[in-house]
Ligand binder design. Structure first.
Ligand code: NAP
Length: 232
C-alpha cells in the first residue's frame, strides 16, 4: 500500500544509515517517535543495538542490520531487511559518514582520498540505487542525504568537502531523475554538531575545537536534535 507522504510518516518504513551514533541515532529515534518502523543500519554493531534498545524502550519498532555502505551487498541486504520485516520502504536517511584530521590536500595519499569518497559520496549513491526502486514500487517516498556545511563552503579538508559537495549534486540530480515517481530528495547541511565524531576530534585537538566553537555565531556546538527535526 502506498502511503501518503503529505500526511506524515506514521506507519511508514524508514532506513537510516549511521543509525548507531550521533545524528543517525537521533534521526532513528525521531522516525520511531513519529510512528515509523525503522531499519537502523551501521557498521558499528554495538551502537546500532543501543539505538534499537532506545527505540524499543520508548515503545517504537526497529531492527538493526549491520551495514557497511561501501559494500553493495550489505546495502542491498539493508533494503531487503525493510522489505522482509516491514513490507516496503518509504523513507531513507542516507547519513553514514566519516571525517578526517584536516590535513591539507597534498598531504594525504590516494588511498585516503578514495576511502573518503567511497564512504561519504559513493556510499550515498549505493544506498539510493538500492532504495529508489523500492520507493517507486510503493508509489513514492522521501530521502534525506547528509551533506555538511562543508558541502556548501570551504570548510573541512578537501576530500571531505569534495565528498559533501558531491552529495549535494547527487541529491539534486536524484530529484530531477525521480520527481515524476513521487520521491522527494533533500540534503541536510549541518554545521558543527556535538556527536561522537566531533567529540573524538575534540579529544585529538581540543584547541582546534575551541577555535571552531568560538567561530559559531551561537557560541556552542549544534545538538543532533537540531538536525533531525528537519527530517522528512
Ligand atoms: P558519528 O557519531 O561518527 O556517526 C556516524 C556513524 O556512521 C558511526 O556509527 C560510524 O561507525 C558509522 N559509519 C562510518 N562508516 C560507515 C560505513 N562505511 N558504513 C556504515 N556506517 C558507517 O558521526 P555524526 O557526527 O553523527 O555524522 C553523521 C553524518 O553527519 C556524517 O555523514 C557526517 O559527515 C555528517 N556531518 C556531521 C557533522 C558534525 O559536526 N557532527 C557536521 C556535518 C555533517 P564508526 O563509529 O564505527 O565509524
Amino acid at each position: 500500500m502506498a502511503i501518503d507522504i503529505m500526511h506524515g510518516i506514521q506507519d511508514g518504513v524508514a532506513v537510516v544509515t549511521g543509525g548507531g551514533s550521533g545524528i543517525g541515532r537521533q534521526s532513528s529515534l525521531r522516525f520511531a517517535e513519529a510512528g515509523a518502523k525503522v531499519v537502523v543500519a551501521d557498521i558499528d554493531e554495538d551502537g546500532g543495538h543501543e539505538t534499537i534498545e532506545m527505540i524499543e524502550s520508548d515503545g517504537g519498532e526497529a531492527t538493526f542490520v549491520r551495514t557497511d555502505v561501501t559494500d553493495s551487498d550489505d546495502v542491498a541486504a539493508m533494503v531487503q531487511t525493510a522489505l522482509d520485516e516491514y513490507g516496503g520502504l518509504d523513507f531513507a536517511h542516507n547519513n553514514a559518514g566519516i571525517a578526517d584530521e584536516g590535513a591539507h590536500l597534498a598531504d594525504y595519499d590516494e588511498a585516503e582520498w578514495d576511502r573518503m569518497i567511497d564512504v561519504n559520496l559513493k556510499g550515498v549513491w549505493r544506498c539510493l540505487k538500492a532504495e529508489i526502486p523500492e520507493m517507486i514500487e510503493r508509489g513514492g517516498g522521501a530521502v534525506v542525504n547528509t551533506s555538511s556545511a562543508a558541502g556548501v563552503s570551504a570548510n573541512g579538508s578537501a576530500h571531505y568537502a569534495a565528498s559533501k559537495h558531491g552529495v549535494i549534486g547527487l541529491t539534486r540530480r536524484a530529484m530531477v531523475d525521480y520527481a515524476e515517481d513521487g520521491i522527494r530528495f533533500n540534503a541536510v547541511c549541518p554545521g558543527v554538531i556535538d556527536t561522537p565524531m566531533v567529540q573524538q576530534a575534540g579529544e585529538d585537538n581540543a584547541e582546534e575545537l575551541d577555535r571552531i566553537t568560538a567561530g559559531i555565531p551561537a557560541g556552542r556546538l549544534g545538538d543532533p536534535r537540531e538536525v533531525t527535526s528537519s527530517s522528512p
